[in-house]
Design a protein around this ligand. Sequence first.
Ligand code: G3I
Length: 345
Amino acid sequence: KAPALKESFKDDFLIGTAINEYQILEKDPKSAKILSEQFNAVTPENAMKAEEIHPEWNVYHFDVTDKLISYAKRNKMKVTGHTLVWHSQLPAFVHRMKSADSVRMFFNSHIQTVASRYRGKIDSWDVVNEALNEDGSMRTSIFYEKLGEDYVTDAFRLAQKFTPEARLYYNDYNIEQPAKRAGAIRLIKKIQAAGVRIDGVGIQGHWNIDNLPLKNIEDAISEFSALGLEVAFTELDISVLPTPFKSNEADVGKKARYAATLNPYTAGLPDSVQKKLADSYEKVFRIFLKHRDKISRVTVWGVADGVSWLNNWPIPGRTNYPLLFDREFAPKPAFYRLINLKKKN
Ligand code: G3I
């Protein structure tokens, strides 16, 4: 039996993972076993996104989320709601909206309905997800265009009203990077200046073994906690594959041409790369442990390599190895590295 991450790090921070309905059903017992043995926090990977939970005006699909939450409660796991406001994975009816009034109506009613339904059941909420561009400016989105920048503060105000016991987080990727971090700090200060509560920042942590932003991670932890916030690493995975173009690059032909070189480890991960992945996990966890007093939770974005979103990004059909358990659900060297690191720290 593998040692348990949640036991090893129990005095430091929560250890979470992403959760889906199929994992807790009988048909995926290996995944369910790892879930219940290793983790004490879960984030629904997709079930609570507006597209899934609120597909039509006044139509809500709560059943999957209800199941995931009761699974988590049975297993004494904390639950993070993901997410109340996100420009992506919105239902089609929202994209059809023309007027600011209808967007406002959706925004208010969505937050009120979802937040109050899970009041007392969700421990922390990703209230707003990915509002920023890489340069720290506001991302163009239906919310920004129709409601203006204040939609961010408004979302926290509504969350505070309808789920007051939950910890309220701003969540984004690359906000350890200086320019985007500055944008996040500006938004946070604005929320605080409006007298609205924000409890934490979620740094997603979608990183790459060839480009670990170690110094920036440490600076970000310090700067966010200096604002009085707790810091969580909310979607950690470390890709072992090259990402030479952005996901939105239009040149599909180019992607296809490079597909072979972009998927070099289909026959299995070479030992050298396996080791580099373990080194990478150790390096980031060293930082997390050093700043354990400021960190509430570290969540990996998936239980095992086979289900990682990184097998489908930026082109589908890749074979990536970004997580702590392999495709056969066996713990990888990176897993043991973390267990051993903790023994010495
Ligand atoms: O469930 C539907 C299925 O009914 C449908 O037939 C099928 C056809 O496309 O799609 C299925 O939905 C997919 C869903 O994952 C569940 O598998 C979506 O297409 C697909 O886009 C979705 O991808 C998710 C992605 O967010 C977009 O929502 C990934 O699983 C999820 O890991 C990823 O997570 C995001 C975080 O929420 C925010 N931060 C970045 C992170 C990685 O992109």
